[in-house]
Write a protein that binds this ligand. Sequence first.
Ligand SMILES: [Zn+2]
Length: 139
Amino acid sequence: MYSISKKIKIGKKALIQKDRFINDEAIPAAVTRFTCCECGQENTVEISPYQSGFPILQIYNENKVISRSELLKNQMTTETSQRMQHYGALTVNDMPTLYFGTNCTSCNANYICIFSYGEKQPSLEVLNISGIWEYQEVE
Ligand SMILES: [Zn+2]
């Protein structure tokens, strides 16, 4: 799990086993698997609330890593509703949204995972994985 600082180009979306975790399902970590688009390897990802990931703002700020329009076009995030703007302009389900980079354990292809985590309603904590996409660094 790492942060991404170079410009990237988004490729295919990987197939994920499970993308929504409620309350205890995400404690101590939400665990799911995704299938590598290149080699078919099943990779495991573990997301620990309040520990895993980096704020998504860091990658779309000034279009540093990826532009806002790419994030929207690939349906990686949506525009945040007006009353939740404190979470940033782009989020997943209007909740605090994070990302991380990971690699296929077999062929080393690069992937970016985007997810959000927070209290959707009182006593309903939801971790929602928007998706895991293959990416390439742009020279
Ligand atoms: Zn692979």
